[in-house]
Design a protein around this ligand. Structure first.
Ligand code: GAL
Length: 842
């Protein structure tokens, strides 16, 4: 009897699974879900760049922003930091992340790689992989393929066990193997080609029941049945090099990342919207933003070398997970519009005409059963154009696409931003921080403390060559190369030059435990010559330590895995007067900091009340209460040098506020023109100031009171101006054309899914307190005070200010009918296109 019922339940279960499974297939137009063509509008959110507590909010904001899919890579080196020791806890719990995506009704794209690039240290590969005998990465090499297979299979099995592939009823509709291999495979010769074939066969053998893809693998084209996809700031001119792939875009770069010493990148919302509209105009059907939420490179996860801790990427969701307005809202309007045209675009006929030889002017008419939708494109950077459509003329601003829902009236133009701009401000919390400090005891040759077993990778190494920093398996940023020397040779004088080949980016030199020099050049894979004069007594024995500091391992280029880090080759002492030299051949290596062994990141151990400011190798500690409310929390590390920061033991990342940016690119920000070519020279911020001064402290790592902030500063810093701050919206601005409805809100937390143009917030307690500008007419200027505040134009309506005050002051949300009915008859001439320009304080 019980056997019968077990069979029955298994049968019912299988029916249940079968009924929820989604059959994902494709044709050359789009992906098909249970046979139905759909547009896919997706955004990348990398789970380790936020915290599990942030995930639901991020995913909901993505959903309200009109996305239907969330994409993530898998980060091998964090999951398997040491050989066969796995970690899927905390923000590495990618299964929980995928379930959160599913529970919010969204689909997922899983880019397993396991090479990911992603500005992630070592491109996602564990450093131990480098030490496997005979290994060669990303080519037809058995040791490499074995490891790739073991890890990828593990991930796929974990996903299958949780039934997360669409074929099992889960959210994952698409998977990726490798990453942009086509960009580097030429360097791998025949091995590259064989590896490509192997990747495809291996992926298919995993039998996941959904399509696999390879991005940037169009030439040579990825082996069938791999789908191909394009990456870059624009992919409208991409054509799959096979007959069956729909036109897919896996990485729409919504902004860019920073290196220490660079100013901050911004890609205008108008340009991102232009790239998206053009892609869909020209038959694109799957698009993923890279990134939708960039987040933070916590701990030592930033790659590079020299990539910053913030990975904000100027994404539609800001580093802390709030809305980056107007980008989020401007794209949301576009997404909802595209979704409303999905059927016509995917099932109708598309007729595209171009009006000039370079295809800069174009119109596309989609038509299905008599219903039409039109796209008019102008890719000139410098001029308006006029296009005639079905007997009517339309003016299209430069570098923009106009979408006409019915082909009769303009519904959306990518260069006309209607979404509100939210200006974030930083508010210091009231706590006055009290500091204690303590010197880091530099690790010495034969120093007993570091003989504790917890110090990983202690090695005595006898060699004429100093080994690559990768020998420490990325267990720390810090690797000590230690030796002893005695100058006996009477031909050598007492002034000798320490001579080493270093790849950077930072080294410190200690003689008999005393810090005598710091060198922070840039990074070069071929290395620099470092020289430092030492005064030595003949016959005396000295302890020499060279500390090399890693600031993220390289993550891109063919063979990047072999770039040398730290010092390399023979380190010599060269006599100044005789040119005689002594090679240092016996090295002892130690990885890490003694303060870490003493649990100082947790605030443990002995601390002194005096503050050892501006001295290298100092630990600082303070405590603070969590700021009230829900606004994001940051620590302003102004005055500090370079090092690592922890809050309640959670490593919030590397800090380096003393790395200043140059002055390039902050003067102008024109949305027009190819962002890929121009991003270094336009729309930058933080010129001539710290690359990164503020560091995110996720609220989930905070307690109400008594939080411990610990800083380790290797350069020397002064914490007296360090402060805990919150980042609320301080000002909201908008420009809305006549006869539209404008909805404004101070708070972007609890969004509801509302029609295009609306940014509604539920009751969250943030209200408008002041109207700083209001004019219904032809005002000009920009939001905020820089570069040019709003000013009235030649005309406007007399009651604008009063009407806005009435509609908004004291309110969390205000809805404004933008018309003379609301603001009174204006003194504008009939040829003025009137708009409401407002700026309100929160
Ligand atoms: C791509 C790569 C991404 C990321 C991006 C730049 O080439 O696939 O992982 O590194 O460049 O942000």
């Amino acid at each position: 009897m019980w056997i019968k019922s077990v069979f029955l339940s298994l049968f019912l279960l299988s029916i249940c699974i079968a009924s929820t499974a989604l059959n994902v297939t494709y044709d050359s137009t789009s992906l098909l879900f249970d046979g139905q063509r759909k547009l896919v509008i997706s955004g990348a959110i990398h789970y380790p760049r936020s915290t599990p507590e942030m995930w639901p909010g991020l995913i909901q904001r993505a959903k309200y922003g009109g996305l239907d899919t969330i994409e993530t890579y898998i980060f091998w080196n964090h999951h398997e930091p040491q050989y066969r020791q796995y970690d899927f806890s905390g923000n590495l719990n990618f299964i929980k992340f995928l379930k959160t995506v599913r529970d919010n009704g969204l689909n997922a794209i899983l880019r397993i790689g396991p090479y990911v690039c992603a500005e992630w240290t070592y491109g996602g590969f564990p450093v131990w992989l480098h030490h496997i005998p005979g290994i060669e990465f990303r080519t037809y090499n058995q040791p490499f393929m074995n490891e790739m297979k073991t890890f990828t299979t593990l991930i796929v099995d974990m996903v299958k066990k949780e039934k997360l592939f669409a074929s099992q009823g889960g959210p994952i509709i698409l998977a990726q193997i490798e990453n942009e291999y086509g960009d580097v495979m030429g360097s791998f010769g025949d091995g590259g080609l064989k590896y490509l074939e192997w990747c495809a066969q291996f992926a298919v053998s995993l039998d996941i029941g959904i399509p696999w893809m390879m991005c940037q693998q169009n030439n040579p084209v990825a082996p069938p049945p791999m789908l191909v996809a394009c990456n870059g700031p624009y992919c409208d001119s991409f054509t799959p090099n096979n007959s069956y792939s729909p036109k897919m875009w896996t990485e729409n770069w919504v902004g860019w990342f920073e290196n220490w010493g660079q100013s901050v990148h911004h890609r205008p919302a108008e340009d991102v919207a232009f790239s998206v509209a053009r892609f869909f105009q020209l038959n694109g059907s799957v698009m993923n933003y890279y990134m939708y939420h960039g987040g933070t490179n916590f701990g030592r996860s930033a790659g590079g070398p020299l990539i910053t801790t913030s990975y904000h990427y100027d994404a539609p969701l800001d580093e802390y997970g709030g809305l980056n307005q107007p980008k989020w809202g401007h794209l949301k309007d576009l997404h909802l519009l595209l979704k409303s045209l999905e059927k016509i675009m995917l099932y109708g006929t598309a007729t595209t005409k171009t009006f000039d030889e370079n295809n800069l002017e174009s119109s596309t008419i989609f038509e299905l059963n008599g219903t039409k939708a039109c796209f008019l494109g102008n890719s000139h950077e410098d001029k308006d154009i006029s296009i005639e459509l079905l007997g009517k003329n339309f003016t299209i601003p430069p570098w923009s696409v106009t979408i006409l829902k019915d082909c009769k009236t303009e519904t959306y133009n990518t260069a006309k931003v209607r979404a509100q701009t939210s200006v974030k401000v930083r508010v210091p919390s009231r706590t006055n921080l009290q500091w204690a400090s303590r010197k880091e005891n530099p690790i010495h040759y034969k120093d007993p403390i570091i003989d504790r077993p917890s110090l990983i990778e202690n090695k005595i190494f006898i060699s004429s060559e100093a080994p690559d920093q990768k020998i420490s398996n990325d267990t720390s940023d810090y690797l000590w190369y230690m030796t002893e020397f005695t100058v006996h040779d009477p031909k050598m004088g007492e002034e000798i030059l320490l001579h080493a080949n270093v790849s950077g980016p930072i080294i410190h030199v200690f003689l008999d435990g005393k810090h005598i020099d710091r060198w922070s050049g840039s990074y070069s894979q071929s290395g620099f010559i470092y020289e430092q004069l030492l005064n030595v007594e003949r016959g005396k024995t000295y302890r020499l330590s060279i500390l090399t500091v890693n600031v993220g391992y390289a993550n891109y280029h063919a063979h990047y895995d072999r770039y040398v880090n730290g010092i390399s080759g023979t380190v010599k002492l060269i006599s100044q007067n005789s040119m005689h030299s002594l090679a240092l051949t016996k090295w002892e290596l130690r990885s890490g900091l003694s303060g870490i062994l003493r649990n100082m990141p947790l605030g443990r151990g002995r601390w002194n009340p005096d503050v050892l400011s501006d001295r290298p190798f100092v630990w600082f500690k303070t405590t603070f209460d969590s700021p009230m409310g829900t606004d994001p929390v940051v620590v302003d590390l102004i005055g500090m040098g370079k090092g690592l920061a922890w809050v309640n033991g959670f490593n919030i990342g590397r800090f380096w506020p003393s790395a200043f940016a140059n002055n390039q690119g902050c003067d102008s920000c024109d949305y027009r023109g190819d962002y890929g070519n121009s991003r270094e020279n336009k729309c930058r911020s933080e010129c001539g100031t710290s690359t990164q001064r503020w560091y995110h402290i996720p609220r989930s790592v905070l307690k109400d009171n008594g939080n411990t902030l610990v800083l380790f500063d290797e350069f020397g810093g002064d914490p007296s101006n360090v402060s805990i701050q919150t980042v609320p919206t301080g000002e909201v601005c908008a420009n809305a054309p006549e006869d539209t409805t404008l909805v404004l809100s101070c708070e972007d937390k609890m969004l509801q899914n509302v029609p295009p143009g609306f940014y509604a917030a539920a009751a969250t307690g943030k209200i408008f307190t002041e109207v700083s500008f209001a004019s219904f007419g032809n005002a000009n200027g920009t939001c905020g005070t820089v570069p040019q505040p709003y000013q009235k134009g030649t005309c406007d309506s007399p009651n604008t200010l009063a009407a806005i005050k009435k509609a908004c002051l004291g309110k969390e949300l205000c809805v404004i009918d933008v018309s003379e009915k609301t603001f009174g008859t204006s003194n504008c001439k009939s040829d003025v296109a009137k708009k409401l320009t407002v700026s309100l304080r929160c």
